[in-house]
Design a protein around this ligand. Structure first.
Ligand SMILES: [Cu+2]
Ligand SMILES: [Zn+2]
Length: 197
C-alpha cells in the first residue's frame, strides 16, 4: 500500500511538471511569433512609407486625380495621375497647408517655402521653394501623369525643412514662369489635395 501511494505521488508530480513544460513551450512559441511580427513591422517601416490622396476639382474646374508619395531610402517620389485638364502645360506645387476647403483653393496658402528662398525653378542656383515642383504637360484628352522625386523631402520626419505632411498639392490652370514672385504667375488653382497623416 505504501508503495502504491509513493507511485501515485510520483505520478502526480510528473503530471504537474509536464503540464508546466507544455505551458512554458506555448508561451515561448507565442513570444517567438510576437518577436517575428515586430521584426516584420520594423522592416516594412524601414523599407518604404506610402501616402495617397485624391485631388479634388477647384475653381469650377473638372480637374481631379490621385497623388501618391513614397519615401524609400531617403528619397521621396511623387506620382500624380490627373484628368479633366486643358491640353498643354500646367504648374504643380506644394503649398503651405493641407486645407482645400476654399472653392478657389486659396485656403492652401502660398507656396511651401520653409527655407525662405525666392520662387524659382527646382534646383536653380538663385533659389527655389521646397514646393516648386514645376510644370507638366496634359495630353489632348486632358490627362497627365506627373512624376517627381527628391531627397529634399520626407514623409513625417522631424526636419520641418523636409516634412511634406500637413502641406497641400495644388495644380494650376496656367504655367509657372519660374521668375514671377512669389508664385510663378501660374493662374487659377484647378485641383487640390491635402497631404495629411
Ligand atoms: Cu501653386
Ligand atoms: Zn514657389
Amino acid at each position: 500500500m505504501k508503495i502504491f501511494k509513493t507511485q501515485l505521488a510520483l505520478l502526480a508530480i510528473l503530471v504537474v511538471f509536464s503540464c508546466k513544460e507544455v505551458k512554458k513551450e506555448a508561451s515561448d512559441a507565442k513570444e517567438e511569433v510576437e518577436e517575428l511580427m515586430d521584426e516584420a513591422k520594423t522592416e516594412m517601416n524601414e523599407e518604404e512609407t506610402v501616402v495617397k490622396f485624391m485631388l479634388e476639382p477647384k475653381s469650377d474646374s473638372k480637374v481631379k486625380g490621385e497623388v501618391t508619395f513614397t519615401e524609400d531610402d531617403e528619397e521621396v517620389s511623387m506620382v500624380a495621375v490627373l484628368s479633366g485638364l486643358t491640353e498643354g502645360e500646367h504648374a504643380i506645387h506644394i503649398h503651405q497647408t493641407a486645407d482645400c476647403t476654399a472653392a478657389d483653393g486659396s485656403s492652401a496658402g502660398g507656396h511651401w517655402n520653409p527655407t525662405n528662398e525666392p520662387h524659382g525653378k527646382w534646383g536653380a542656383s538663385e533659389g527655389y521653394h521646397k514646393g516648386d515642383i514645376g510644370n507638366f504637360t496634359a495630353d489632348a484628352d486632358g490627362n497627365a501623369k506627373v512624376e517627381f522625386s527628391t531627397e529634399e523631402w520626407c514623409i513625417g520626419c522631424d526636419d520641418e525643412n523636409k516634412n511634406i505632411l500637413g502641406k497641400g498639392v495644388i495644380v494650376h490652370q496656367g504655367v509657372d514662369d519660374f521668375t514671377s514672385q512669389p508664385s510663378g504667375a501660374a493662374g487659377a488653382r484647378v485641383s487640390c489635395a491635402g497631404i495629411i497623416e
